[in-house]
Design a protein around this ligand. Sequence first.
Ligand code: BES
Ligand code: ZN
Ligand code: ZN
Length: 499
Amino acid sequence: MKINVSSSHNIDGTLILPLFEGTEIVPESHATGLHVALKSQINRVLADGDFKAKNKSTMTLIGGEGGKAMLVGLGKEEDADVHAYRKAGASVVAARKKAHGTDLTVRFSGSSIDCMAAFGEGMMLRDYSYDNYKMKDDEGEEAERLVRITCDEGQEEELESLMNIHEGVVSGVHLSRDLGNCPPNDMYPEAFADMAWEWAKDYDNVKVTIINYDQAVKAGMGGLVAVGMGSSRKPCMVIYEMNHELDGRCPLLVGKGITFDTGGISLKPGANMDEMKYDMGGSATVFGTMQALAATGHKGKVVAITCMAENMPAANAQRPGDVITTLSGKTIEVLNTDAEGRLVLSDGLWKAGEFDPEFIIDFATLTGACVVALGHEATGLWSNDDDFRTKIHEAGNAVDELAWPMPLLPAFEKEMTNSKIADTRNLGAGRYGGANTAAAFLKQFVPNRNYDKDGEQITWAHMDIAGTYWGAKTNTMVGNGATGIHVRTMYHLITNYKN
Ligand code: BES
Ligand code: ZN
Ligand code: ZN
């Protein structure tokens, strides 16, 4: 989809008219150049109440000489914020998924520049399908959709620069979705790392380093190695550095990247196991965020780490009962090989300390328990710093990606350190509070500043996206498959961050 901005009154293709609830007659600003037959049709359905302009509703009308218009609801005028506009934009694309004819002209009536841009953002976000593995029909690739957003004279420049930012960020969301949707026979640790390597070539200010299996063994990354060693596709860690020559502390993101989670020797039940291809969603979020920042020309320093492994049962897989030594030197009693995300993250979090970051945020499809707690509606959010947790929660609200505060309690930490033979264990004592015990486990691997034993722990947050990285059926911005959640949250947080 290509979005242009213009103040011209021409109508190319189908006219898209966003309307508030209660509109009874098409506003003059909307009607310029409209075919009379189409205009009277629109006025008729509005006057008769056939189209109520509820947010996300759409109606297509055909007028004289083939002219077409689509009415789209913004909801009540007093509630029509950027989120309502973004959803309305998405609903236009969702409603037109199967329609032929590509050009669209959108006309607003007295909307703010932010709202118009959000509408365009919603259109771009929803303009996504994953059909790499479907046979192409004879007509081949569909032509790129051209969309013109009509604004008032003098607004073009500001609207266009906002649209360019949205376009860059959306490319990051779509990258995250592509990575997640890719089937696990093609998406394995080294394939992910290769993609990151190739990606870095497109940007002068980014550097990607791959720590391969042998190097990970040598470095002592016992968590990453133990999880990945049962697969013929060996694990690796990928490090992304943006504007690395700059001095000072910077944000650092860490991602769980299990390209397929069978559970390992603690094998999962068969039903829906295919969904465990999404278990690299944390890494996809992190890579997608780096793409969003790179594509929008972010000038600050940012570092990311993705911990890639495939969790397989095999003769050379780790066993329940094994004790492993992580990069931090801490030993873990592995009581369940299906609690593998926390093992790879233990090394990723510890490694993060080397970059002396301002803060660390990890993303992981970590626990089924988080889905039990929050469903598909919100990501679980834990932090060792209440203000920082609030900042992330607010960044999520600003872009309509909910992240809900969860408790990091000493009692949960105690539960996880209660191993008879190792420093810590990867399984809680019982079934309850599983998302919280997982977060408490991770906290043990967040380094202190400069790895100083007596120093202060680096500001850190953990985001469990097990319920939100896929399967969010109520999310109209998305459609099927991976959602690409939190690329926009992270873009917002990082580009607005003040400590
Ligand atoms: N990848 C899963 C978590 C998951 C489950 C995400 C369902 C999304 C949907 C994770 O590795 C896992 O299996 N966790 C276990 C932990 C348990 C063994 C302590 C779980 O949640 O059951
Ligand atoms: Zn698992
Ligand atoms: Zn997992």
